[in-house]
Design a binder for this molecule. Structure first.
Ligand code: E4P
Length: 238
């Protein structure tokens, strides 16, 4: 399963990349607006940092505008995946851009029927928003299960990108269902790492280590010395 960071913040992206856990990034107009920077240079920098797909969202409602933006965005960097909303115009634009071999992430998906249409239009990714569904008392992860079944039934190649992830259990459940990707904010990525027993266990190990006298902890100087030839031959002949 791939994990993406849902962020346009370069500090967060660099930090997450340094953990080796992140395979790509998703952005949206709200996330980009929070950075108070010019859109294009920011996305270009994100693409240079991330070794994988970076989703960049179109910012209009009509098909021709989306297609025009999508063509320009796709030339910015080979990592760019163009996001189109799951509307009639978004589907038309997805069909057009996919035919031009431009990868499209169909976003704002809230139902299995919408996901079916995204796959038929040729989407590279479909992004069902589980958190926003949960917010209105719908079963976000249930939608993921249904999409997974439908795509498997007919062999659709569109990858399921679980979005609007709010907590670690969304990620675990997405992995159990077999979703291709989960994209999450940095706070959720941090929460994936955390476990109180890990922290308590490490505190205990380091406290116990303190009990050793300093001379018994001289690993740096001993590790750099070559092995003693006398003791090596004594062992091998013994
Ligand atoms: C995904 O691509 C979206 O950017 C994102 O997951 C939306 O999440 P939100 O519902 O927390 O805004």
């Amino acid at each position: 399963m791939k994990l993406f960071l849902d962020s346009a913040n370069l500090t967060e992206i660099r930090e997450a990349m340094s953990w080796g856990a992140i395979d790509g990034v998703t952005t949206n107009p709200s996330l980009v607006a929070k950075e108070h920077r010019d859109f294009f240079p920011l996305l270009k920098e994100i693409c240079d940092v991330v070794n994988g797909p970076v989703s960049m969202e179109t910012t209009c409602r009509d098909c021709s505008g989306m297609v025009e933006e999508g063509r320009v965005f796709s030339k910015l960097h080979p990592h760019i995946v163009v996001k189109c909303p799951l509307t009639k115009d978004g589907l038309k634009a997805t069909r057009q851009l996919s035919a031009e071999r431009i990868r499209v992430n169909v976003t704002l998906c809230f139902s299995p029927s919408q996901a079916l249409l995204a796959a038929k239009a040729g989407a590279y990714f479909v992004s069902p928003f589980v958190g926003r569904l949960d917010d209105v008392s719908s079963d976000g992860m249930g939608v993921i299960r249904n999409i997974k079944t439908i795509y498997a039934n007919y062999g659709f190649k569109t990858q399921i990108l679980v979005a609007s992830v709010r907590h670690p259990l969304h990620v675990v459940e997405a992995a159990r269902i077999g979703a291709d990707i989960a994209t999450m904010p940095f706070t959720v990525l941090e929460a994936l790492v955390k476990h109180p027993l890990t922290d308590a266990g490490l505190d205990r190990f380091l406290k116990d280590w303190e009990q050793l006298p300093p001379e018994a902890k001289q690993w740096k100087s001993t590790a750099s010395k070559p092995p003693n030839p006398v003791s090596v031959s004594a062992t091998s002949t013994g």
